[in-house]
Write a protein that binds this ligand. Structure first.
Ligand code: NAD
Length: 247
């Protein structure tokens, strides 16, 4: 399927591995010119080899607002215009109400909420001016069903989802869509770090399997497609049926 975005430009953050890298690969396969950003330039150099065509890489720490601003300046220097933003970062550390300090919330909110706000502020106005843009944020199924021991993720990502929904209505008329995708359990290195028994974890997913990161990337690419222009303000679970509610 031709996604109609060949020649477009994209910034994908948290892209040195996992769901961010898979999203970058799918966009690259669709003919999009991609810039990968993450903290380690060495890891990005390795990751870049997995893309089907040449790409750019930028070292940026999304927990640091000044690093985000430098990244935005650099990507605009490279591409001139940025048509697509895939906003992603690592998840915050686990913890519950009792074990999590107030300052931990500030850090999680910077990494998993404000970083995306800053990237949207830096890129959406020019998308609006040009009459075309796509923003896809990778959040978590925890927005739909807050998870025990992930109080930081639950809190920051719910706020981000509300920000995206509000923003989407303001820019929809200008041809800019703003959505999030809520991953359920996918077989990435993050999951290996969180759980010892991955087969046991998969048994709790209705499909009986963990998600394939490359399939997830294809969903991201579709949301960035020309055909997806009528999908905006959505928060879409990709979870093998794990979410139990109707919404
Ligand atoms: P991952 O940990 O495998 O990859 C995260 C990426 O973000 C890496 O490239 C890492 O280098 C980068 N990153 C981390 N901190 C950063 C920072 N401060 N600045 C810039 N880049 C940074 O994670 P993943 O499994 O690919 O998941 C992506 C997102 O989806 C995470 O936020 C994760 O919490 C969330 N999520 C994942 C799953 C899953 O099953 N994999 C489920 C629910 C939610």
């Amino acid at each position: 399927m031709d996604l109609g975005i060949s020649g477009r430009t994209a910034l994908v953050t948290g892209a040195s591995r996992g769901l961010g890298l898979s999203s970058a690969k799918a966009l690259s396969n669709a003919g999009v010119k991609v810039c990968l950003a993450s903290r380690s330039i060495d890891q990005l150099s390795v990751a870049a080899q997995e893309l089907s065509s040449d790409c750019h890489i930028i070292a940026a720490d999304l927990s640091d607002p000044s690093s985000i601003q430098s990244m935005l300046e650099e990507v605009k220097e490279i591409f001139g215009v940025v048509d697509i933003l895939v906003a992603n970062a690592g998840g915050p550390p686990p913890g519950n109400f009792e074990t999590t300090a107030t300052e931990d919330f500030s850090e999680a909110i910077q990494l998993n909420l404000l970083s995306t706000v800053e990237m949207c502020k830096g890129l959406i106005p020019e998308m609006v001016d040009r009459g075309w843009g796509r923003v896809v944020a990778i959040t978590s199924l925890a927005v739909r069903e807050p998870m025990a021991q992930l109080i930081l993720s639950n809190t920051a990502r719910s706020g981000l989802t509300s920000f995206l929904k509000t923003t989407s209505t303001e820019v929809a008329g200008a041809g800019v869509t703003v959505n999030s995708i809520q991953p359920g359990l996918h077989a990435t290195e993050r999951l290996t770090e969180l759980y010892e028994d991955l087969q046991g974890v998969a048994a709790n997913v209705p499909t009986g399997k963990l998600g394939n990161p490359d399939d997830f990337g294809e969903v991201v690419a579709f949301l960035c497609s020309e055909q997806a222009k009528f999908i905006t303000g959505a928060a879409i679970p990709v979870d093998g049926g794990a979410a139990k509610g109707l919404q």
